[in-house]
Each structure stands twice: as C-alpha cells, then as structure tokens.
Design a protein around this ligand. Structure first.
Ligand SMILES: Nc1ncnc2c1ncn2[C@@H]1O[C@H](COP(=O)(O)OP(=O)(O)OP(=O)(O)O)[C@@H](O)[C@H]1O
Length: 357
C-alpha cells in the first residue's frame, strides 16, 4: 500500500479494517502497548535479535546501535521503539519524517537530546533531503554542522551531540537512500502476524480492557484482522460494544461473527470496499482481465483508492492478481464470494485458458 500519500492513509484510517491509526486508536493504544520484549507477542526473530543488541549494549554500558524497523502500519513499530527505550532505561522522543521539513527542525531536536535518549523517527522516508543529510553525520559522528548565514558568507558551526539511539520506522525500507540505510546497526523487518499470535494479542487486550472473551471469539476476530494487531484491537472494541448491547458481554464466536457482520467485515477481513472491487471484477467483467480505470469507475471509487487502499490486501490474500493485461480474479476469489467461474475457454493449444482473454 502506498502509505506515502497522506490522503490514502487518511482514507484507509476511516475504515474499520484500515491499518493506519484513527483518533480512537491513538487514545486507547497507549494502554494496550506491551511494555517490554517479554510482553511483545510474535515477531520471534526480531525479538530475539533485538534482545541481543540491547543486552550487549547494556553490558558495555553503551548506547544501543541505531535501529531501523520496517513493516506495514499497525504491526508494532512504535511499540517496539518504546520497548527499546524502556529496556535501555532511557527517555524517548517521538517525531516523524513529515514533521521535519527543514534541517533546522532536526538540528533543534538533536541538540536537545539527552545522553542515551531514544529518538523515534516514524515515516523516516518522508524526511526532507537536507534534514536527511544532516542525519547522516549525526548518526555516524554524533555531530551536526549548523549553517549560519546565507550565500557565500554562510558558515558551518559544528555542534557536538550526546550519543543517542535513532529508531527509524518505515513502511518500505527500499525507499530509504542506501547511505541512510547503511547507518543503522540493526535492521528488522516486521511481518504480518499469524492467527495464533493475533489470538494472543486479542486475549491480552481483552484482559486489559476488562472484556470477557472465549477462545472461539478470539479466533473469530483474529481471522478477520488482516494480520495486524492494531486492526485486531479495533475489531475487539467494536465486538465488545455489540456483546454489551445485544448479549451478556461475553464474546463468543457467534457474537463476534454477528457483530462483524454488522460492520461488514467478512470472515476473511474484507470490508465493503474490498468486496465491491471483487464483486465488480467477477460479476461485471467475468473475473477480468480488466483495466484499473474501468474497474474503479465500476465501483464508483477513485483509481488510487482501488489501487492503493483495496488492492494490496486482495493481492496479499491471493484473491486478485495484477497482470500486464489488467486485473484478474483468482479461483480463490470466486470461491470466497460463493460464485462459479465461467467455463474456461480453449486457448487453441488444447489447454484451457483459466482466465479467458
Ligand atoms: N507484538 C504485539 N503484541 C501486542 N500488541 C501489539 C503488538 N504489536 C502491536 N500491538 C498493538 O497494536 C497497536 C499498534 O501498534 P503500533 O502503534 O506500535 O504500530 P506501528 O507499526 O507503529 O503503526 P504505525 O506504522 O501506524 O505507526 C498498539 O496499540 C499495540 O497495542
């Protein structure tokens, strides 16, 4: 998903299954965040490696190496940065790439850091170029050159910085210029979570929110959470409301399924937009191939919304394929919507042409 575009992120945030944080998420997430590595669920490799990095730094009495976290929104990057600070018993400062448009903005932050402090820079790939270049030197030499004056009379005044740990977060590490990427001592890629891990996230959050849930209820919510703890927590809150109003408060499989049917989140985590795209593709275009623009007109959405908000999950789920000839539904898409694909046409070579031409 192209999370560089704020509009897409905003559009997605309005969806119950959007991975970007909405206002309510921000209000409750602080209470739900695991506080140390032991509490952090899943991402075993990342946890194990990070644990070593932090233990070694502590044993040396040194500041931890800079850490780059990459992965989709809502997988726990902010949470991990806070855990890094907690494990290092260091304060944390949180900012983001888009908030740093001038090198001066970054110089102001860097020069006010305390020794050992963790600086969390979310969406680091969206920082301005001059700020990025200042960051190179700050990360490597704990020094910045502050430029005073303009034109030929400008002078660079070196400013020593206390050692600090930069934790950068990005949705796509590939977007970072190699000189920046190379300055991180440890890079971790966060994966989507499996159902069992999401169930653990849901049970843990239910405990903290004082919500009663049985294992079947947690499994039902986990299956619809698109591999993302933030979505799991958000669905849990909506199901809790339903359980309180329509039942005795206990979340079972039946209650979770009924609640999420009200919110139009289906058994696989598809919402109205996702299903609209799939239905148009199957019912109007026989499963494709069809061009993106045509598909977007058919569902009454902007091209970008279909491409950047709906399609990434459909592709990830193996329901839709992007081919040079256009968008094509996979056999799993037909099965998911309970529809029968048209009879395969012969491609003239004796082999059935599964998707038709
Ligand atoms: N491994 C985990 N175990 C338990 N809860 C988790 C885990 N990862 C994330 N969460 C929960 O999901 C919520 C979202 O996590 P977080 O804000 O850290 O995601 P993020 O990757 O930083 O998202 P963004 O890219 O949008 O900033 C948090 O409130 C946290 O409670």
């Amino acid at each position: 998903m192209n999370w560089d575009d704020t509009t897409d992120a905003e559009a997605a945030a309005e969806r119950l299954v959007g991975a970007a944080a909405d206002g309510e998420d921000q209000a409750v997430e602080a209470a739900l965040r695991p506080k140390d590595l032991g509490e952090f669920i899943g991402q075993e490799k990342v946890r194990e490696q990070l644990d070593l990095v932090l233990r070694a730094a502590r044993a040396r009495g040194a500041t931890a190496d800079h850490v780059l976290l990459s992965g989709a929104p809502g997988l726990g990057k902010t949470t991990l940065s806070m855990i890094i600070a907690a494990e290092m018993e260091a304060p944390i400062r949180i900012t983001s790439g888009p908030a740093i448009q001038h090198a001066g903005d970054l110089a102001a932050i860097l020069s006010s850091l305390q020794e050992g402090e963790v600086l969390f820079l979310d969406e680091i790939h969206r920082m301005s170029r001059p700020a990025e270049e200042m960051l190179y030197m700050a990360m490597e030499d704990f020094r910045v050159d502050v430029i005073v004056g303009k034109g030929p009379g400008a002078t660079a005044i070196p400013l020593e910085l206390p050692p600090f740990t930069l934790v950068g977060a990005t949705t796509r590490a590939g977007l970072l210029p190699p000189p920046l990427r190379d300055r991180f001592g440890f890079t971790a890629h966060m994966e989507f979570y499996g159902p069992a891990e999401l169930e653990r996230v849901i049970h843990r959050s239910a405990g903290l929110l004082d919500v009663e849930i049985d294992p079947t209820g947690a499994a039902e919510i986990a299956g619809r959470s698109r591999g993302t703890p933030r979505i799991a927590n958000r669905l849990l809150r909506r199901v809790r409301d339903y359980a309180q109003v329509k039942a005795d408060g206990l979340i079972t499989q039946e209650i979770a399924a009924a609640a999420l049917a009200v919110y139009e989140v289906d058994a696989r985590g598809l919402d109205r937009l996702d299903r609209g795209v799939l239905e148009a593709l199957l019912k109007l275009f026989g499963g494709g191939p069809v061009g993106l623009s045509t598909l977007a007109v058919a569902v009454g959405e902007e091209r970008e919304t279909v491409e950047e908000v709906a399609e990434p999950f459909l592709v990830r789920e193996g329901l839709l394929a992007r081919t040079p000839r256009g968008r094509v539904a996979t056999p799993a898409a037909w099965a998911h919507l309970g529809l029968t694909p048209p009879r395969p046409q012969s491609s003239g070579n004796g082999q059935p042409d599964l998707f038709g031409a």
